[in-house]
Design a protein around this ligand. Structure first.
Ligand SMILES: *[C@@H]1O[C@H](CO)[C@@H](O)[C@H](O)[C@H]1NC(C)=O
Ligand SMILES: *[C@@H]1O[C@H](CO)[C@@H](O)[C@H](O)[C@H]1NC(C)=O
Ligand SMILES: *[C@@H]1O[C@H](CO)[C@@H](O)[C@H](O)[C@H]1NC(C)=O
Ligand SMILES: *[C@@H]1O[C@H](CO)[C@@H](O)[C@H](O)[C@H]1NC(C)=O
Ligand SMILES: *[C@@H]1O[C@H](CO)[C@@H](O)[C@H](O)[C@H]1NC(C)=O
Length: 521
């Protein structure tokens, strides 16, 4: 077998002469060595990190060097997760995790008051003790050191509503076992925060934009006493669109605000509204606004100067009001997750999700032309199963006379939203493999173009597996591509194209087709 590697020095030679297991062992060792190298820095830094509410004594939850190494090695199933070639990490069940939570309201100062459920007397704590178990593989628990290492020198922005902020605060708490960020916000406006992890030169930002497009509160009361907003569905919200240029990752988060009374403007004219009860303005379906707003937000991203990052759409996290809607006594009092066979995504949650996925596909297609990557952080199914994770009435003192309804929308911290970081880290890890595989496709296509008889792909794929230190088969599906196993969900987003049709053929995922229904607008 001739080596056809273009570089002259062939990785294939190594592969053939060295047992796989040996290579793996040495790569593992290198990984551990890197980790121990950066750790000394980390502890020195601890003293100077901004941690207003944290005590100097080491919290029982902060990680020892040794613990992190152990977690890294066992990875809570990291190796297993990736070796399962057909695993959709977003389909699964919640299983008990007695080791959770990984922070408390005493070790982490970043918990928003309204999500500090333990402070406000939530009596049960079982809701913190679950982890997500995808069908057919494992999702490792978030490893803060590994995450920070992966995002070294990079920047991540949360763009959207208060659930986006909820997610960011969860992430800050999870990362606090390693480091707290310093506040480097460019404005005093709390809606636009910027944090820096100095040891890692990692920037975290949040942009408040609950409708994603330009919007204005035109009546602070309105039909439901929650305000009436005017949405300019075809206009960018420049408060964020002007600032995404240098970011490496964006996480888009929106949905809940589209249930409120809204007046929709397009082309500088009123085109309709959702439950605005204004004379002469006709009601259009509630999600008309969500669809158009997503489309405009993605258009902003696809045309943003200097933006070359990866855009994640975090899909809709369903609320769990029972026995009434949000302003009519509805509440969420369950203390256990659902099994996947106990509930189904339906009604407006299903609709919001479908619209998000459809608009995501559109944006992805458009983005690809411009060399931009889109990924679905497909949290909907997992969160549908967590009616127990909301603050309910434990988002404020019970004697406080505030017009806060039972909160069955946000998530207690610690709580199930911490899992979103498990997913994000796993996707970032896949990203490395994905990029290498993408590069491979192109180099392979060039090679094939000039040497049609060449069948070197398989060998180079194997080399990539070894570089990954995994030895498993290459990842065949991307998480959001396979949905066929989702029985509880009536939508069969069966876009389960394998990443490799055949080992001798190059990956094809960039030319995948979608089986989603066409956009209805
Ligand atoms: C944390 O939660 C406990 C109850 O578990 C509560 O007593 C305490 O006030 C909370 N502390 C903070 C800082 O929120
Ligand atoms: C920190 O990261 C930014 C990119 O996010 C880069 O431009 C800058 O040079 C880095 N600084 C250092 C000190 O590495
Ligand atoms: C509603 O339409 C009528 C007739 O076209 C017009 O006179 C009136 O000013 C309109 N009202 C509003 C609030 O636009
Ligand atoms: C759901 O599945 C579990 C097994 O995971 C089974 O024990 C239970 O009976 C099922 N429940 C329903 C309502 O089908
Ligand atoms: C709360 O405030 C409302 C009006 O703002 C008042 O009518 C009600 O009596 C107050 N309730 C309590 C418990 O103070």
């Amino acid at each position: 077998m001739k080596s056809l590697s273009p570089g002259g020095r062939s990785p294939l030679t190594i592969q053939r002469t060295m047992p796989k297991i040996l290579l793996l062992a040495s790569l593992t060792f290198i990984l551990l060595a890197i980790i121990s190298l950066y750790f000394p820095l980390l502890w020195q830094h601890n003293g100077s990190a901004a941690a207003p509410a944290s005590s100097n004594s080491k919290s029982p939850l902060s990680l020892s060097h040794q613990q992190l190494l152990v977690e890294e090695k066992t990875g809570g199933g990291a190796v297993k997760a990736s070796s399962s070639s057909k695993c959709d990490i977003f389909t699964g069940e919640w299983v008990r995790n007695p080791r959770a939570p990984y922070y408390t309201n005493k070790t982490c100062w970043a918990i928003h008051e309204h999500q500090n459920c333990m402070k406000y007397g939530r009596p049960d704590s079982e809701f913190m003790k679950w982890r997500w178990k995808p069908d057919g593989c494992d999702l490792p628990i978030f490893n803060p050191a590994q995450f920070l290492e992966l995002v070294r020198g990079k920047s991540l922005a949360f763009i959207g509503d208060s659930v986006a902020r909820n997610q960011m605060q969860s992430m800050i708490c999870l990362l606090s076992r390693v480091e707290y960020p310093i506040d480097v916000s460019y404005t005093k406006d709390e809606r636009y925060k910027r944090w820096k992890y100095t040891t890692y030169n990692f920037t975290l930002a949040s942009f408040w934009t609950p409708h994603l497009v330009r919007s204005k509160e035109t009546d602070s009361d309105g039909p439901t006493h929650t305000g009436l907003f005017s949405l300019y569905l075809d206009e960018f919200d420049e408060k964020w669109t002007d600032h995404i240029g240098g970011f490496d990752y964006l996480i888009i988060s929106a949905g809940h605000w589209f249930f409120r009374p809204l007046v929709f403007h397009e082309d500088q004219r009123v085109v309709g509204c959702h439950y605005c009860l204004l004379p002469n303005v006709t009601d259009v379906p509630m999600f008309y606004g969500l669809r158009k707003a997503l489309r405009t937000a993605f258009r902003a991203i696809n045309s943003a100067k200097g933006y070359k990052g990866i855009t994640y759409l975090r899909t809709y996290a369903p609320p769990h009001f029972e026995n009434g809607i949000w302003n009519q006594g509805g509440n969420c009092v369950r203390t256990r997750p659902f099994k996947s066979n106990e509930t189904t995504l339906e009604g407006s949650s299903l609709e919001a999700y479908m619209i998000q996925v459809e608009e995501f596909r559109r944006a992805e297609t458009e983005g690809r032309r411009r060399g931009l990557k889109y990924r679905l952080l497909d949290m909907t199914q997992a969160m549908l199963l967590r009616p127990d994770g909301h603050p309910s009435r434990y988002g404020h003192w019970s004697h406080e006379n505030v017009t806060l309804y039972n909160d069955c929308v946000h998530w207690c911290l610690p709580g199930p939203i911490d899992t979103w970081s498990d997913f994000l880290l796993e996707m970032l890890k896949m990203e490395g493999r994905r990029s290498r595989q993408e590069k491979l496709v192109y180099s392979d296509r060039r090679l094939r173009a000039s040497h049609p008889h060449v069948t070197s792909s398989i060998h180079r794929l194997k080399w990539i597996e070894i570089q990954d230190g995994r030895g498993g088969r290459p990842q065949h599906t991307t998480p959001h591509q396979k949905r066929s196993g989702r029985k509880s969900c009536p939508l069969q987003l069966d876009t389960s194209q394998p990443r490799y049709l055949h080992p001798l053929k190059p990956p094809v995922h960039e030319s995948k087709t979608t089986h989603l229904p066409n956009s209805t607008m």
